[in-house]
Design a protein around this ligand. Structure first.
Ligand code: BT5
Length: 274
């Protein structure tokens, strides 16, 4: 497989009727940074910034996202949804769900018999079995409490082998190749994903996210399990119950039910069976 993406192949596979404008950069600091810059200067909805490699790929809270050349899909989609800023959580969940559904479709299509369960770790991770395959980072601009633009940054591990991951990620990250045992054509995968993503996001907005909560909940990691949630300045423990209509996490704690708007969820190992 090649490091450099074949953009003509990608365009052709997307077909003539697609709504995307592609901006391809072999190497960039962060596709989100570039997409935010383009969005601020008026780029239309469905502009996609794609890179083969990111030198400063970012996660939430200024964390780093490993984005080696030619092995994954690192891209950012600009949206201009006509919605309140408050809908951003639901858009985040709708995007994660669209990714999980697509991964399931592709895994099924390729016919591997390996056990590859796709799960959602609230709020922005997609996992296969017990490892992270994909992370999302949303960045937005607002005006009078309405979303002016939304950038959905997506990092998906595609063709890495275990040795390609940084030691620090050992045991927590996975690629589609590791999960399925086969190598994937990134262009074909991305073109098919973009078509799927467009339909899913438009449908989620059109139906006011009505089905998203139920569908997201069904794929949620650690449901009804004891978890620990790392917030900005403290940690809270409890039983993960699901999400509410705003996309916030519901946690049953010793002092009652808590609504969590952001944070990192970790499983608390079972004392009898750690
Ligand atoms: C995320 O943050 O998971 C959001 C990642 C978004 C990356 C995309 S790539 C395209 C676009 N451009 C950008 O600059 N970013 C977006 P968070 O939940 O904070 O998780 C970050 C953590 O995931 C790190 O601290 C590592 O532990 C882990 N990690 C880093 N790189 C990884 C990788 N390639 N695969 C799996 N885990 C990784």
């Amino acid at each position: 497989m090649q490091d450099i993406m074949d953009i003509t192949f990608l365009q052709n596979r997307l077909g003539a009727e697609h709504s995307y404008g592609l901006s391809y950069l072999p190497i960039v600091g962060s596709t989100n940074e570039e997409a935010v810059r383009l969005a601020k200067s008026g780029a239309p909805a469905w502009t996609v910034v794609i890179a083969d490699e990111q030198t400063a790929g970012r996660g939430r809270y200024l964390r780093r996202w490993e984005s080696p050349a030619g092995l994954g899909l690192w891209f950012s989609v600009i949206l201009r949804p006509e919605t309140d800023f408050a809908k951003i959580n639901l858009l985040n969940l709708a995007a994660a769900l669209a990714i999980a559904d697509f991964l399931e479709l592709k895994i099924e299509e390729c016919g591997v018999c390996r056990e590859a369960r796709v799960n959602l770790k609230w709020p922005n991770d997609v996992w296969i079995n017990d490892r992270k395959i994909c992370g999302l980072l949303l960045e937005s601009g607002t005006e009078n409490n309405r979303l002016k633009y939304l950038v959905i940054g997506i990092g998906m591990n595609i063709n890495q082998t275990p040795a390609d991951f940084h030691q620090k990620l050992g045991g927590t990250a996975v690629s589609l190749r590791i999960a399925t045992g086969v190598e994937w054509g990134r262009e074909e995968f991305l073109a098919d994903f973009l078509k799927h993503f467009h339909n899913k996001i438009l449908n989620a907005i059109r139906t006011d996210f009505r089905e998203i909560i139920t569908k997201y909940s069904a794929k949620m990691l650690y449901k009804n399990q004891q978890v620990c949630i790392k917030l900005m300045d403290n940690t809270v423990g409890g039983i993960l119950q699901g999400i509410n209509e705003f996309g916030y996490l519901l946690l049953k704690t010793e002092t009652g039910e808590k609504e969590i708007t952001t944070g990192d969820v970790w499983e608390v190992p079972n004392q009898e069976n750690p």
